[in-house]
Design a protein around this ligand. Sequence first.
Ligand code: 2AL
Length: 242
Amino acid sequence: MKIRVINPNTSASMTAKIGAAAAAVAAPGTVIEAVQPSFGAPSIEGHFDEVWGAAGVSEQVLAGPDADAYVIACFGDPGLHSARELAAGPVIGIAEAAFHAAALLATGFSVVTTLSRTCVIAEHLVQQYGFERRCKGIHGTDIAVLELEDPASDAFRRILAAAEHALVHDRSGAIVLGCAGMADLCEALQQRLGVPVIDGVAAAVKLAEALVGLGLKTSKRGDYAAPLPKVFAGLAAPFSPK
Ligand code: 2AL
């Protein structure tokens, strides 16, 4: 099967890291296609960035109609619902995937994320997906997304410290990493923390494989039906649904 893993930001180094994290857990028969939009923000750390990320996700779903499933590899799950309108196969956001995985492994989990300003975005997703009773805390580290791309940064130490604090403060049993750019730190963090640490990229790939393996697709009844044909104006004209 082919899984199209979409990094909604335009940073090529992050797309490569996400592709490697996805390929590391993919089953032997799974082809991972890691892509990024042709436009948008280099990192997604706020509502405005997300608007462009969501449009970029739509572009990349439309550009890969032969994929069996799609992963949205940004913790805000930008464009998730619109991608489900556009795609036939399952579309999995890394936040929703990570919350489901964490809830199967611990009664309560904590999220450790990037800038504190993104915590409210994660909080909205926790509410939207119905995980309010399982998510015990959301912790910003004030690490910018692109700092995670700099091997000289002290991101690992700061994420480890935030996760240690979260486990005690929240009385939680698992850590969800709140950024796709943290995927490469997951294993070392789990070793140091001694609790399950969930990278949403890996979780989303395995959930996508499971759903495709079960022969399941996105429902086309109701709101996930294909967008209604209409002519979009200006900048959006190339995206007019046919
Ligand atoms: C993210 C992410 O996963 N990718 C990105 O650009 N921003 N998440 C975040 N919390 O900052």
